[in-house]
Each structure stands twice: as structure tokens, then as C-alpha cells.
Design a protein around this ligand. Structure first.
Ligand SMILES: Cc1ncc(COP(=O)(O)O)c(C=O)c1O
Length: 393
């Protein structure tokens, strides 16, 4: 079976991280410098996850007097909502324009106030109208932070996504461009006062992973590497989904809890794994570009499912290949699974109510085809054949 996601790291990368420690040190500092260069941001602080980065950022913004509401797109990861609630903020969700995976600048007009914080998300790695959003926010006296969890390495006219707002945050979760167990992330900004506040909050709120927690994370990561090989994936899928009576680990409940994804330091052993992935970044992007182009070419003529064809500088930085299924996406997922193809679910449950109709229309219909750089061309062709068979093309 072809997995929905597979981590970039291998067992050897995990083993190599063994000699390094649990607290941040020179390796974390070194990856921070590499991330600064990629993001063209003067300050980068690696974090335990994307949600952890947003949480720290919001606590730090409060310290420097940016204390308003958090404005988020209707269609985004629940963790974004959770992080804002955990940082003690009121959250406002904005619906999208019909058929769009990103929030528009126009939708924000008249909805934001002074000192609000607008989270501008480049969903799946496809750019939102960040310049328009910054313009609307600035006129209202609000600030913009970019969610590049799915858009790390993406550019708009050559300029990195994440370099347009006052700050950005990103993720190295297992389904993103780069993966670190159990998760990883970062905050980036050019604002020195904000960067200092992030570091102060981190120093007072974060703790190191214990050796036991690290061991559990590394064993789970090794199981993921082995379990996502096509040969073993059917068993992995059954263990994680079929036999648990679910199709995704996402849950409907928005129940924020300050767990390790928020309150742990990004550790030396994680930096060791990330560093190896940064070395291989060009290879990963180029393989992804080839997979995405193959899908685009082969599925363009399928009439019963829609394929997102948004413009992007480098398709290799995009982390999802979404298809939109008109009727029952869960049934379509099961049918594809029977044909040996797993699909991802970002997202099935939203933090916004059903009044955000356009956001829900995306959530109700979207499935993500497998895009791991570990897939061979024949894996990709198998996925295409399965999708075409079910959509009658
Ligand atoms: C758009 C977006 N923002 C934020 C996050 C949160 O990242 P993490 O899972 O590393 O906390 C995700 C994760 O899926 C995401 O897709």
C-alpha cells in the first residue's frame, strides 16, 4: 500500500542523533542560522512544533504590547486555533472566498482592529495574497504573522514566504517538507524586540525532553520509517486507522492542552536530524517537483474530481496534492485504500462553525494524494491509475 506520508529521515539519521543532548546547544544554534538564511529573517528560534512556535510568538507579542485578537483563516489546522486559545487570546475565524484554500485580503476588510494579529496562511505551500493582507492589516493598525507550516522554502517572486509579515512560524511535523520527530518548528522575525521577547518567554516556559521521552520519540520515528515502506504499510494503516475505526488521527474536538508540543525545547538530537535533512533539501524538492508535475499532467483531464492548479514559484516546495471529491470523500478514501492508495486528510474538522461555508466546502471535499519523495514513478502511476479508475476517467 502507498502511504499518505512518509518521513524524509531514515533509521540511520535517528541513530546518528544518539550522541547529542536534550537541551539546545551549538547544533540548534547552527540550524537556526541555516533557517535564517533560507527565510531571510534576522532572528530564528527553533521550537518543539508549529503550534508551539505560534504559542510562544503570541505570548511574546503580548509582552511587547500587541495584545489584540487572533484572526485566522476558516480553513486551517485546528492546532492554530488551539495555540491562540492557550496563549489566552480571543480567536476570530474568517471564511474564504468560494473555492479558495486561502483567506483573501478582501475578506478581512472591516473585520480587524488595532493590535489584532492576523495569521496569514500559505495553505499547502500555495501563496495567499500576502501583500494584500499586510496592506489591509497595516491600515487597521493590526500586525500579520505568516503561517508557513506548509510553505517552508516557498517563494513569491523569488522572496521567501515568511518574510512578508512581522513574523512567521513553521513546522517540521511528519507531513511537512522537512520532518523531525516527534515534531519541530520555528519562529522567524526581523524585529529584535519581538525576538528577545520570544527568547525570554521560552526561557521561562520551556523544559528539556527527558531521556525517556526522547527514546519514545525515536522509537516511534523508527516505527514510522519501517511502517511506511510500501511492503509494510497495509499493516501500519490497519493498526492506526482501520482497527481503530477511524480514517485520520485528527479529532473534531477543539480541546487545547499545553502538552509537550508547546513546552519542550527543540533539542540537540532534533537539530542533528534536521541538519541532515537541510543537507538534502534540494534533492527532496526536486523529487517532489517531479511527483507533483506527474500528477498535474496525468490528472488534469479527470472530470469528476477537481485538482488544485494554483500558481507557485517552485512546485517542489508544495507539500500537498489536493483533490476535491464532490460527493462522499470518506467513501472515496476507502475505495482508494482498497486499491492500495492511502490519502491524507488536511483537514477534516475545522475550529470554525458551519457559517464559514466556503472553508467547510473545502474541508468536506479535500483529500491529499501521497507526495513523499520516497515514492517511485511507478508508485505515482499506481496512484493516478487508481484515481482515474474511481472517477471513471
Ligand atoms: C497550516 C498549518 N499550521 C500550523 C500547523 C501546526 O503545526 P504542528 O503540527 O507542527 O504543530 C499545521 C500542522 O499541520 C498546519 O498544517
Amino acid at each position: 500500500m502507498i502511504p499518505r506520508y512518509a518521513p524524509n529521515y531514515g533509521v540511520l539519521d535517528l541513530v546518528r542523533s544518539f550522541g547529542t543532548g536534550e537541551t539546545p546547544g551549538p547544533r540548534v544554534a547552527e540550524v537556526a542560522v541555516r533557517l535564517q538564511a533560507i527565510l531571510q529573517r534576522e532572528h530564528v528560534v527553533p521550537t518543539a512544533s508549529g503550534r508551539g512556535a505560534l504559542w510562544l510568538l503570541l505570548l511574546a507579542l503580548d509582552e511587547i504590547g500587541v495584545s489584540g485578537r487572533v484572526i485566522i483563516p476558516g480553513y486551517t489546522c485546528n492546532a492554530v486555533h488551539d495555540a491562540a486559545v492557550l496563549a489566552g487570546r480571543e480567536v476570530v475565524t474568517i471564511d474564504h472566498d468560494a473555492g479558495d484554500i486561502n483567506m483573501s485580503a478582501q475578506a478581512l476588510e472591516g473585520r480587524i482592529a488595532e493590535r489584532d494579529i492576523v495569521v496569514a496562511t500559505h495553505q499547502y505551500g500555495y501563496p495567499c495574497d500576502i501583500e494584500g493582507i499586510v496592506d489591509v492589516a497595516t491600515r487597521a493598525g493590526a500586525i500579520v504573522i505568516e503561517d508557513i507550516a506548509a510553505a517552508f522554502q516557498g517563494t513569491i517572486g523569488g522572496r521567501p514566504m515568511g518574510s512578508f509579515g512581522m513574523a512567521c512560524f513553521g513546522s517540521f511535523d511528519g507531513s511537512k517538507l522537512l520532518n523531525v520527530p516527534p515534531k519541530g518548528g520555528f519562529v522567524g522575525t526581523d524585529d529584535r524586540a519581538l525576538a528577545m521577547a520570544v527568547k525570554r518567554v521560552a526561557a521561562s516556559r520551556l523544559a528539556a525532553y527527558s531521556f525517556g521521552e526522547r527514546l519514545v520519540a525515536l522509537l516511534a520515528a523508527a516505527a514510522l520509517v519501517v511502517g511506511t515502506t510500501p511492503f509494510l504499510y497495509r499493516l501500519f494503516y490497519n493498526l492506526n486507522f482501520t482497527w481503530k475505526g477511524r480514517v485520520t488521527a485528527e479529532t473534531a474536538s477543539v480541546a487545547p492542552r499545553l502538552n509537550g508540543y508547546y513546552v519542550k525545547w527543540f533539542a540537540e538530537w532534533q537539530a542533528t536530524i534536521l541538519s541532515r535533512e537541510l543537507d538534502r533539501l534540494e534533492e527532496v524538492k526536486s523529487r517532489r517537483a517531479s511527483i507533483m508535475s506527474r500528477y498535474r499532467k496525468s490528472l488534469a483531464s479527470t472530470s469528476t474530481i477537481d485538482v488544485w492548479t494554483g500558481k507557485v514559484d517552485d512546485i517542489g516546495t508544495v507539500i500537498r496534492f489536493p483533490i476535491f471529491v464532490a460527493n462522499d470523500k470518506i467513501a472515496f478514501h476507502h475505495q482508494l485504500a482498497e486499491l492500495g492508495v492511502d490519502t491524507g486528510f488536511s483537514f477534516t474538522h475545522l475550529a470554525t462553525d458551519r457559517d464559514s461555508r466556503n472553508a467547510w466546502a473545502v474541508a468536506d471535499s479535500v483529500l491529499n494524494l501521497p507526495t513523499s519523495p520516497k515514492l517511485s514513478d511507478s508508485d505515482v502511476d499506481r496512484v493516478v491509475a487508481a484515481v482515474k479508475k474511481l472517477s471513471g476517467a
